[in-house]
Design a protein around this ligand. Structure first.
Ligand code: SAM
Length: 330
């Protein structure tokens, strides 16, 4: 029977081999994992090319993405996430509110039906406001008149209002062109940006309990311009305000995008603004400032150019502004 049992040497060999296999298994699994990661990275980058018609020739390879895929592969696969989701801001908004009802819709939904200018200014800020203080950047560029003459909008949406320089310029233009019923919806969180009041042009801004009073000074400027009936505002982040307008069916024919100037802010604002042009043949115009600004790694310009590529549009330039004429939003 002795001969049936394995010789000690063979035992030792088998034990050694299985230890070797298990110690080999780790690198093999690791290699397979890397292979899977590489394939996923390759597949996702080709999907992106097909779906969005973006020319990725100049984009760096997604190597850093592969490095984390091993740990997250299951999540990625089971959530069905694709890079096309980055461009998907949803397309369906509520049924269109007629232009003559846009103002009352916003007054109802944002201000419970009472004009925010009633009993303005409130006592706690009264002493801090200037009679009129309007400052902006490129806020009176020729583009405003060119576009308002051409589009003759009933509803203008401005994303990024600050003290109201560009909005009030548009009020002047609509009056001059006899567009007396045009409403301008101003969207701004009225916070500026961290530290903005250190800017030499803003250093005189007063602060009450940490509030820089931008909204109140904007309201005061609107009062001074006798424009409280032409302007309505939404003091919220651009993302939440634009999404609500979409949900409520408030569309515009002319939309200015001039809020956050980093790539991601500009990208999401432009995409959300696009949804607020009425679908169908009416079309409209989206435009904005700072196409040429060097700050933020030219975030606005990158976002505008990417949008043009995704939707096959031409970027037109008017002074410092970029402009998209959209003839037919499907
Ligand atoms: C360049 S200023 C707008 C200037 C204005 N269009 C003009 O020409 O007079 C940018 C404004 O966008 C606002 N802003 C920036 N990011 C925002 C965001 N995510 N949501 C709402 N407002 C924002 C800031 O508070 C600031 O008032």
């Amino acid at each position: 029977m002795k001969h049936e049992s394995s010789p000690p040497l063979l035992h030792h060999h088998l034990r050694y081999s299985s230890r070797r296999i298990s110690s080999l298994a780790k690198p093999v699994v690791y290699f397979l994992c890397l292979l899977l990661a590489y394939s996923l990275g390759y597949l996702s980058s080709s999907t992106r090319n097909n779906n969005n018609n973006i020319n990725n020739d100049k984009l760096p390879p997604a190597v850093h993405v592969n490095a984390v895929v091993c740990r997250t592969a299951n999540t990625v696969i089971s959530s069905g996430f694709t890079e096309a989701d980055h461009n998907n801001f949803g397309a369906v908004c509520g049924e269109a509110v007629p232009p003559q009802d846009v103002r009352s819709k916003i007054m109802e939904r944002v201000f419970k039906g009472t004009s925010p200018w009633e009993n303005f200014p409130p006592p706690h800020v009264d002493n801090f406001l200037r009679k009129k203080w309007v400052k902006g950047w490129g806020s009176k560029g020729a583009v405003f008149e060119n576009l308002i003459r051409r589009v003759r909008p009933k509803t203008i949406i401005e994303v990024g209002t600050f003290l109201g320089a560009s909005a009030l310029h548009m009020v002047d233009l609509t009056r001059k062109l006899g567009l007396d019923d045009t409403q301008i919806i101003c969207i701004d969180d009225f916070r500026g940006w961290p530290g903005f009041s250190d800017h030499p042009r803003m250093k005189d801004m007063k602060m009450v309990n940490g509030d820089v009073l931008l909204m109140y000074q904007f309201m005061q400027n609107v009062v001074q311009a006798n424009a409280t009936e032409s302007v309505v505002y939404m003091p919220f982040s651009s993302g939440s305000a634009l999404e609500k307008l979409c949900e409520w069916g408030v569309f515009g024919e002319l939309i200015e995008v001039d809020a956050g100037h980093d790539f991601h802010s500009a990208w999401s604002d432009i995409n959300r603004a696009f949804k607020l042009l009425k679908p169908g043949s009416e079309g409209g115009v989206i435009f904005g400032h700072d196409y040429f600004t060097a700050a933020d790694n030219r975030g606005v310009r990158r976002a505008v150019n990417l949008f043009a590529r995704v939707y096959n549009l031409t970027v037109q330039i008017d002074g410092q502004h970029w402009v998209f004429h959209i003839a037919n939003r499907l």
